[in-house]
Write a protein that binds this ligand. Structure first.
Ligand code: UDX
Length: 490
């Protein structure tokens, strides 16, 4: 087989050398034959054949030469040959590992296609590189784009969630702010008193009209104030501006029940004061003024406190002496409609005397036309004095009821007509306190002029009416319930 193959190869080389000048053919392991202008030459196997035109200087490769060009590998090296450089051909490329008969001669069809393919391959490789580069850039761009999109989506989502949370939280924030405001409530300015000067003061009926003004005064003076009230006529909102203050305490308690606390002074004001209120439940009024006063006197005795009873000019009844001083015994109907209050206060005064340790302060009602701040100052002056007998605290400026009605109508700017109704039973005809004792012993006298006091009172009552109008509770009518076809009324 081998011999036949070699023979065929030799034939092939002879044919070609006869027709083509400069053709060289090498078969590894065989002798080579070359043709030159001088004739055919034989070469031993493995001999190097040089083309006469190519030696010694490099010359362009003859067309159809069996040579490797730019992509050939040099033995033992990986460097590239320059395009068009001469190639040394050997029968066998050491190190190439080529087998005899496999390399050395390229079949005729391959000679013209090889470089083209290689060129194409080279071009393709560049393209491939370019394409790979572009693909890589595109990939990086798409990954970056996705990343940016993801981020913007995430940011958008985050913003939406945040705005939803903000919407839900906003009303809660508002509520917290309101609560904080109510907790960090600003109190009216309070004087600082040393431990020695600061007193623990109990005010019964402290949520009422006179009591709440007295509370303000004593709190602002720097004392510790405890208000006890059953809120029969008084209101929490009269003292709410002190709620939470460290010097203030509010106790819902009826003085008819005993009370056990530690105090230095007691202002005993708990009692309904206006005729409709004290006439509403006469027995309760009597109990409050008798049992209630007894309880407070018991407390005062127990803790060694000084007690001031807020009495009333009603203890003079329908007076036969004018003006009335503290020595006047009064002129009271003991079985009349006012007796529960008049006599209740008179018994309260008697009890205080019976305890032998009492200080009395005759209170004055709004209709006594003394401004409340004057009365409060008088009560405090009396409490802090050495006087232990009744003292009138009132405004001696005397006017008929009609004069007062006309003055109030003018100040309010009212067009309403003054109505004259039948006189109330046992209504005192004259009332004018003699305040010489208060002036002398307490250095006290009212200072607020009548018109100024009335203006302040009008302002106060306007606010009261507004508050009541805004806070009226109107129960909704319940729908009638149906039972077995019949309307049922509860
Ligand atoms: O049983 C009762 C009844 C009444 N009270 C309270 O006593 C307070 C009375 O205050 P009001 O506003 O009704 O009346 P005033 O402040 O004008 O009366 C004040 O001056 C007149 C005096 O005779 C009263 O004793 C004095 O309280 C109210 O806060 C009322 O709730 C009690 O604590 N217990």
């Amino acid at each position: 087989m081998m011999r036949r193959h070699e023979e065929a190869f030799r034939m092939h080389c002879r044919k070609r050398s006869a027709t083509q000048l400069g053709h060289a053919c090498v078969h590894p392991g065989l002798s080579a034959t070359t043709r030159s202008p001088t004739g055919l030459r034989s070469h031993p196997p493995g001999a190097t054949i040089r083309h006469p035109a190519a030696s010694p200087l490099p010359s362009p490769q003859p067309r159809g030469a069996c040579a490797m060009t730019a992509v050939g590998r040099q033995s033992g090296g990986r460097g590239r040959r320059a395009r068009g450089a001469p190639l040394r051909l050997r029968g066998r490329f050491p190190g190439s590992g080529a087998e005899p008969g496999r390399a050395g001669c390229v079949p005729p069809g391959m000679v013209s296609k090889g470089p083209l393919l290689r060129l194409l391959t080279a071009i393709n490789r560049r393209r491939m590189k370019l394409l790979t580069g572009l693909a890589f850039v595109a990939y990086v761009a798409s990954v970056w784009g996705n990343f940016v999109n993801m981020r913007s989506l995430q940011e958008n989502g985050d913003q939406k969630v945040e705005s939803k949370i903000e919407e839900a939280v906003a009303p809660l924030r508002e509520k917290i702010r309101d609560l904080e405001k109510s907790f960090t409530q600003k109190y009216p300015p309070v004087k600082f008193l040393s431990e020695k000067d600061r007193k623990r003061i109990l005010i019964t009926g402290g949520a009422g009209f006179v009591g709440s003004h007295l509370t303000d005064k004593l709190m602002m003076d720097g004392h510790e104030v405890t208000v006890v009230d059953n809120f029969f006529t008084g209101r929490k909102r009269n003292v709410e501006h002190w709620i939470g203050h460290e010097n203030f305490e509010l106790i819902n308690h009826d003085v008819v029940e005993p009370l056990y606390i530690e105090v230095d002074q007691i202002y005993h004001l708990a009692s309904p004061a206006s005729p409709p209120n004290y006439m509403y439940n006469p027995i309760k009024t009597l109990k409050t003024n008798t049992i209630g006063t007894l309880n407070m006197l018991g407390l005062a005795k127990r803790v060694g406190a000084r007690l001031l009873l807020a009495s009333t000019s009603e203890v003079y009844g329908d007076p036969e002496v004018h003006p009335q001083n503290e020595d006047y015994w009064g002129h009271v109907n003991p079985i009349g409609p006012r007796a529960c209050y008049d006599e209740g206060k008179r018994v309260a005064e008697t009890m205080c005397y019976a305890y032998m340790k009492q200080v009395y302060g005759p209170g004055t009602q709004t209709r006594a036309f003394q401004y409340v701040s004057d009365l409060v100052n008088g009560l405090v002056a009396l409490m802090n004095s050495n006087v232990s007998s009744p003292v009138n605290l009132g405004n001696p400026e005397e006017h008929t009821i009609l004069e007062f009605a006309q003055l109030i109508k003018k100040l309010v700017g009212s067009e309403s007509e003054i109505q004259f109704l039948s006189e109330a039973q046992d209504d005192p005809q004259k009332r004018k306190p003699d305040i010489r004792k208060a002036k002398l012993l307490l250095g006290w006298e009212p200072v607020v002029p009548l018109e100024e006091g009335l203006n302040k009172a009008i302002h106060y009552f306007r606010k009261e009416l507004e508050y009541q109008a805004n806070n009226q509770y109107i129960p909704k009518p319940k729908p009638a319930r149906m039972k077995k076809g019949r309307t049922r009324h509860n």
